[in-house]
Design a protein around this ligand. Structure first.
Ligand SMILES: Cc1cc2nc3c(=O)[nH]c(=O)nc-3n(C[C@H](O)[C@H](O)[C@H](O)COP(=O)(O)OP(=O)(O)OC[C@H]3O[C@@H](n4cnc5c(N)ncnc54)[C@H](O)[C@@H]3O)c2cc1C
Length: 462
C-alpha cells in the first residue's frame, strides 16, 4: 500500500493540523521558516503507524471524502446541497444575549453556542482558539471548563493553529467535548473518530468555522508592521474590530506591541493584504481543498456577506445546522429572544460565500488540471459538475497561485532586509495585475477572440 501522507508532506499539501502527530510520535508539527505549521517525520517510522496517520490526514488519498463522512455522521433525512453539504436548516442573524455579538467576530454565535453547550451540561469541556500560546504563537487552541471562560475564545484567528495536543488532552481526560474547527480540521477529526474509539466517544460536537483560506503568521506580521509594530515586537493582533459607521466587511485591525501599547484601529481594506481575494500568505493546501462550509461539522458558522446584513457594522452570522440538538438550541434561543436569527434559503447561504466557493470549485478544477498536466501528484478531490472556465478567470487563478508563492518568499526577505516596502512594492506589481489585465493578456485575449470563429469554421471546437 502506498501512503499518500508522504506525498502530502513532500509536495507541501500539509495544513499542519497535527492529526498525524497524534497518531504517531514519529510525526512532529512545527512552524516552518515561512510561519506555517507543517508536519515532519522521522525516517525510522514504523509502517503500521504510517497507516494510521495516513488515515487521519485530511489531505491523504487513503481516506473517505466529505460527502462520505457526512453520510456516516449525519442523519439520513437531512437535506443536501452540492455547495454546503448536508443541512437541516440555514439561518442568518446575530446573538441578542449580551455580550456575545459585541465580543464576537460577526454575530457572536460561535462563542454563544459553545457557552450554551457547556452551560446546559451537554459537554464538560470546550476546545477553542484563543490568544497567545506556549511557544510565542499569537493564537492557539486551549481547553476551557466553565461557561464564563468561553468568552476568552478569540475572534477569527487568521493564523496557523494545530490540534495534536488537544487530541492528547481528550484521550487523557474523560468527559464530553465540543471543539471549533476549520473545514480541514473538522475532516481530520472525523477521520480520527472513525479509527479511535476514545476520541469518537468523547468528541460530541464539532463547531465548524466557514473558511475561505488559512494564512501563515506573516499575515498578522504584515498588518502589524503597517500599523507601526515590527514583527519581532508584536504581542497580539486584532483582525476583527468593529468600526462604527462602516460596512461589516470593513474589518478593523489593530496591533499590540510587547510593551502593551496599542496602535490605532485601521480598516483592513486600507492595509495591504486586506483584499481576501488576493490570498496573500495562503497555505498551498487551501488551494487544493474543496470544502468552504465545513461540511463535516455539526454546525458551520460564517459571516453574513449578504446585502440585507452587510451594512450593519455590529455583524451578522450565517449558520448551516446539521445536528438536531444544535438545531433545537437555536430554535429555543430564538423563541426566548436570546437570538435574532431568521431562516434563509440555501441559495442565499451559497451567495454569502460565492467568492470562496468559486475559488474552491471552479478554481480548484483548473489548478488540479494544471498540476496533472505537468504529471505532478495532487490530493484526490471530489467530482463536482464540470466548470467551463472563462479565459479571464483562468488568468486570475494563475495570478493567485503566483501571489501565494511569492508572498511567502518576499515577506521572508523583507523581514531580513527590515524593509516593509520591499515586500509591498514587489507584491503590488503582481496584485495590480488581478485588477487590470496586463499587456500580454490583452494581446492573448485579442488573438483568442479572433481565433474562436476560425476554430468554429474549421470545426475544431472540442
Ligand atoms: C482562517 C479563517 C477563514 C475564514 N474564512 C471565512 C470565509 O471565507 N467566509 C466566512 O463567512 N467566514 C469565514 N471565517 C469565519 C468568520 O471569520 C467568523 O469566525 C465566523 O463567522 C464566526 O463569527 P462569530 O461572530 O460567531 O465569532 P465568535 O463568537 O467570535 O466565535 C469565533 C469562534 O471561532 C474560534 N476560532 C477562531 N479562529 C479559529 C481558527 N483558526 N480555528 C478554529 N477555531 C477558531 C474561536 O475560538 C471562537 O470560539 C473564517 C475564519 C477563519 C479563522
Amino acid at each position: 500500500m502506498s501512503y499518500s501522507i508522504f506525498n502530502v508532506i513532500k509536495y507541501d499539501y500539509c495544513i499542519g493540523c497535527g492529526a498525524c502527530a497524534y497518531a504517531d510520535r514519529n510525526f512532529t508539527i512545527g512552524f516552518d521558516k515561512l510561519g506555517m505549521y507543517k508536519a515532519q517525520y522521522n525516517n525510522n517510522i514504523e509502517p503500521e503507524n504510517v497507516e494510521i496517520a495516513d488515515k487521519y490526514c485530511p489531505f491523504s488519498d487513503n481516506t473517505i471524502d466529505e460527502d462520505q463522512l457526512s453520510e456516516i455522521y449525519f442523519e439520513k433525512d437531512l437535506l443536501k446541497n452540492e455547495n454546503i453539504g448536508k443541512y437541516i436548516e440555514c439561518f442568518a442573524g446575530y446573538v441578542k444575549e449580551k455580550p456575545f455579538r459585541k465580543t464576537g467576530s460577526s454575530g457572536g454565535f460561535g462563542k454563544w453556542i459553545l457557552y450554551k453547550l457547556i452551560k446546559e451540561r451537554k459537554v464538560d469541556y470546550i476546545i477553542q482558539v484563543t490568544e497567545g500560546g506556549g511557544n510565542n504563537e499569537l493564537f492557539s487552541y486551549k481547553v476551557f471548563r466553565t461557561d464564563d471562560a468561553v468568552l476568552k475564545g478569540s475572534k477569527s484567528a487568521y493564523y496557523p493553529v494545530t490540534i495534536a495536543n488537544m487530541l492528547n488532552f481528550i484521550r487523557e481526560n474523560k468527559g464530553y467535548y465540543a471543539i471549533t474547527a476549520l473545514p480541514c480540521f473538522s475532516k481530520a477529526l472525523r477521520n480520527i473518530c472513525l479509527q479511535d474509539n476514545v476520541i469518537s466517544k468523547r468528541l460530541k460536537y464539532i463547531i465548524g468555522i466557514v473558511c475561505g483560506h488559512l494564512k501563515s503568521s506573516a499575515f498578522a506580521e504584515l498588518f502589524a508592521w503597517q500599523l507601526g509594530v515590527f514583527p519581532d515586537n508584536l504581542k497580539s493582533i486584532e483582525f476583527r474590530d468593529k468600526i462604527k459607521g462602516m460596512r461589516a466587511n470593513e474589518k478593523g485591525a489593530y496591533a499590540i506591541n510587547k510593551k502593551d501599547e496599542k496602535t490605532p484601529v485601521k480598516s483592513s481594506k486600507t492595509l495591504f493584504g486586506g483584499n481576501w481575494g488576493h490570498g496573500l500568505f495562503k497555505y498551498k493546501a487551501c488551494d487544493y481543498c474543496d470544502d468552504v462550509l465545513g461540511e463535516t461539522a455539526d454546525l458551520s458558522v460564517g459571516d453574513a456577506w449578504l446585502d440585507d446584513y452587510i451594512n450593519d457594522p455590529a455583524g451578522n452570522n450565517v449558520l448551516v445546522i446539521r445536528n438536531k440538538e444544535i438545531h433545537k438550541l437555536v430554535i429555543e434561543g430564538i423563541k426566548r429572544g436570546d437570538l435574532k436569527f431568521e431562516p434563509i434559503d440555501v441559495q442565499q447561504l451559497v451567495k454569502s460565500q460565492e467568492g470562496g466557493l468559486r475559488n474552491r470549485r471552479e478554481g480548484l478544477q483548473y489548478r488540479v488540471y494544471k498540476q496533472k498536466r505537468k504529471g505532478k501528484w495532487v490530493p484526490k478531490k471530489r467530482n463536482f459538475h464540470f466548470f467551463k472556465i472563462k479565459h479571464e478567470r483562468k488568468r486570475i487563478y494563475r495570478l493567485r497561485e503566483i501571489i501565494r508563492v511569492k508572498s511567502h518568499k518576499y515577506f521572508h526577505v523583507a523581514k531580513e532586509k527590515n524593509d516593509l516596502y520591499y515586500f509591498i512594492n514587489k507584491m503590488q506589481k503582481i496584485t495590480k495585475k488581478t485588477e487590470k489585465p496586463g499587456l500580454l493578456y490583452r494581446i492573448e485575449s485579442k488573438l483568442y477572440r479572433k481565433w474562436q470563429p476560425i476554430k468554429k469554421v474549421l470545426n475544431l471546437t472540442k
